[in-house]
Ligand binder design. Structure first.
Ligand SMILES: [Zn+2]
Ligand SMILES: [Zn+2]
Length: 423
């Protein structure tokens, strides 16, 4: 008793079992993991990359202007050295300007505009997976929820009967995974188009349990920043923050400027080093390698983001389309189509499009209606602003008009159910 052992009655009440110890340890490990995931990355860690990028920019200027151009000028190639610098300097300033603009423009945070609220309930009719009749009428919805509470029906049916949730919002505990051995043969995917059944616009499906707010349309929680970001695109480590509604434009301006500068740097350094007599400057070789890497990287980024912006999609939103297309391809393969049956595949996809519309545009909840509109919503109306980090996107990042080809809760409908003028 005195030596620290638990009292005899306590031992009798809770005998330590092997199973109990293991499940406790697993529970503790799960809790620790959850706590770690909920913790945003420290501010200093996020900004460390910005210092590194600024360092690379400074070093590039030193090697290009301070070593390479100076060497040309001093060794009898004065016009070439000055000419290269005259072309290089504006590109360099354009890149630094765009970088400063993108790191100092926050993407827009939902919590700055939306008050914290308790977690909203699913409309009672959603418990039976029916389309609810309130059509965004918040008062009618609240009245119906109150009526359910007063009638003692709060709680509703079991969780597994509720519609699935999206993303990081988990308004109800996840159901335990069914113990089914899944093999490709036991899970036939029927051919066809099956848009996600998630009612993406319903407030319960837009609730962020970490920020405790109903997220505005297109906002998502960034785990690194620990905040909900307006029109979240992705978290970019190179700028130390998220790309979202208010800085997506500057991000593309920066990618474009960096591509222009790095390809100029790469081409001119390489050209003047290939036929060079004497020693090669190892620092110039470092810059040639860096410039090649960043030219490839930023050209890929610029092309990908230009395409997404024209389609009124963010990077996260494009995953939905990608998943849908992969699923359709799986369905066709299981239905017996081979890789080389291109014509049959095209015909099948055309028949899906005839029934539903095209996934990237008509099947995109946030399609602006045209590529031009999608582009201007992000890049602004001024052509200069498409290239240089000036101007601002149209809109405030909080309000977006859902595609009328979707129902009031955000589910993609068949062409036959669209408003008559759109069919
Ligand atoms: Zn959040
Ligand atoms: Zn972030």
């Amino acid at each position: 008793m005195q030596n620290g052992a638990p009292p005899a009655d306590k031992q009798a009440l809770s005998p330590p079992t092997c199973f109990g110890t293991i499940s406790e340890a697993r529970f503790a490990a799960h809790e620790r993991r959850e706590a770690r995931l909920r913790k945003p990355q420290p501010w200093a860690v996020r900004k460390l990359m910005v210092v590194t990028v600024l360092g690379i920019m400074g070093y590039t200027a030193y090697v290009y202007a301070g070593r390479f151009a100076v060497r040309l000028i001093r060794h009898g190639r004065r016009p070439a050295g000055i000419g290269l610098l005259v072309g290089w300097s504006p590109l360099y300033l354009w890149m630094v300007w765009a970088y400063l603009k993108v790191i100092f423009t926050p993407p827009g945070y939902a919590a700055d505009h939306i008050p914290q609220t308790p977690q909203p309930l699913f409309p009672p009719t959603q418990w039976n997976q029916e389309v609810h009749p309130y059509n965004g009428d918040v008062d009618a919805y609240d009245d119906a929820v109150l009526a359910e509470i007063e009638a003692g029906r709060i709680g509703g049916p079991p969780y597994e009967n509720l519609p699935p949730t999206n993303g990081d919002a988990h308004p109800h505990p996840p159901a335990p995974a069914p113990k089914i051995k899944r093999t490709p043969s036991s899970r036939p995917i029927p051919p066809g188009r099956f848009p996600p059944p998630t009612a993406a616009l319903l407030p319960p499906n837009r609730y962020c349990t970490r920020c405790e707010i109903v997220k505005p349309y297109r906002a998502h929680h960034c785990r690194m920043c620990g905040k909900c970001v307006l029109k979240f695109d992705h978290h970019c480590p190179w700028i130390g923050q998220c790309v979202g509604a208010r800085n997506h434009k500057f991000f593309l301006n920066f990618a474009l400027a960096t591509f222009a500068l790095t390809s100029y740097t790469f081409a001119s350094l390489l050209a003047f080093n290939v036929h060079r007599d004497g020693d090669v400057d190892p620092q110039e070789v470092v810059i040639i390698a860096l410039a090649a890497f960043f030219a490839l990287f930023t050209s890929t980024l610029a092309v990908a983001h230009t395409r997404l912006i024209l389609l009124s999609q963010t990077t996260v939103e494009s995953y939905t389309v990608q998943t849908l297309k992969e699923r359709e391809a799986d369905g066709l393969r299981i239905a017996g189509l081979k890789e080389w049956d291109c014509r049959a595949k095209r015909q099948a996809l055309a028949s899906y499009d005839a029934e539903w519309g095209a996934p990237n545009t008509e099947g995109n909840l946030w399609w602006a209606g045209s590529k031009r509109k999608g582009w201007e919503d992000v890049m602004g109306a001024s052509v200069w602003g498409w290239i240089f980090p000036i101007g601002a996107p149209l809109g405030d990042g909080l309000h977006y008009v859902p595609n009328p080809r979707f129902d009031a809760d955000g589910r993609w409908r068949r062409r036959s159910e669209w408003p008559a003028e759109l069919r």
